[in-house]
Design a protein around this ligand. Sequence first.
Ligand SMILES: Cc1ncc(COP(=O)(O)O)c(C=O)c1O
Length: 390
Amino acid sequence: MFSEDVGSFFRSPVREIFKKVDLNAIYSFAGGYPSAETFPLEEIRQTMSEVIDKYSGKAFQYGATQGVPDLREAVAERCGVPVERVQITSSSQQGIDVCTRVLVDPGDVILTSSPSYLGALQSFRSYRADIRGVAHNSDVDAFRAEYEKVITEAKAEGKKIKFLYMIPDFQNPSGESLTLQERRMLVSLAQKHDFLIVEDSPYRELRYEGEPIPTMYSLDPDRVIHLGSFSKIFAPGFRLGWAIAHPDILDKIYVCKQSLDLCPPIFDQYVAAEFLKSGRLDANLKKSIELYRSKRDLLLSQLEEHMPEGITWTHPEGGLFLFLTMPEGFDAVRFYDRALDAGVAYVAGEFFHPDGSGKNTMRMNFSFMSPQKIKEGVELLARLLYDEIL
Ligand SMILES: Cc1ncc(COP(=O)(O)O)c(C=O)c1O
């Protein structure tokens, strides 16, 4: 009855967790949820009412597949690109999915980092792509050599490499960013072997320290498709994002989107456009950054204070996550039920590794819980880990 593609679908382990437990009733480091405190409810209410006054019925009508002009223009201005290069998407998850749909045939290779974003892996698998992950190496020559090796192997098997999928800013799950040198190296690799890059950057504007690093798109605007999202800088409930790319690529995405959803949600787009143009989004984002910086600092200090020896973690300069590595032999999937029974949730790192490695790793989110719950949650998790490891 079902298509062959359905056989490649897999359920998100993160979403399975959400089904089983009430996130507010436990200590949840699991989801990638922004803090509800960052949703500016009164201003959203006011903006919605302004949009209805300004556009009346038009705000609820079908609209252009590329997105409403007001929002495309506002995004183009924010990102410093021509408006012809902007497609509004029903959030970046759809951006990932349409890129895969227009570029990949079953068996084609998608290169990515290992670990990588679970939702992207789900989408790639649903199109029966052959995903090849490469672990990060801080020596850029060795890092390049790893990629060259994987590319050579894939080509020797007669495979087509379609694109490299990367989250260069505050990656999900690791929280780490690519340096400028690494971004340049990957772009030059794509030029040499003639494949595209999908740069997924929903966390780019959530920076708590250090200077912004140029996007991969800015290094080769005709080869890189840049995906952005309003989910982490405004509110995920609006389901709005954008794709920036060469007009020939955007044209294919545009036609693909016609059959997907005809157009992104119109009312939401007008609200987001007004929010952006009035400066409310930036004012709110500033407050969110302050809040998340303090939560990140709290989580780092709590880990430092409570975690047993032999556990290490990343120190993200932005985003919503950090990544823990436990001693070899630790199994974060097996440990999970014990942790959940005791009332604390995380996501096992294995799910983010295309080849199922990373068994001794876990992702922790720091945006969702209150400071008090972050403190208590780390103490509880650390106690359980002591029992398990020592
Ligand atoms: C790297 C990455 N890309 C894309 C998404 C999807 O976000 P949205 O569809 O809400 O823009 C997420 C969500 O957590 C993410 O972490």
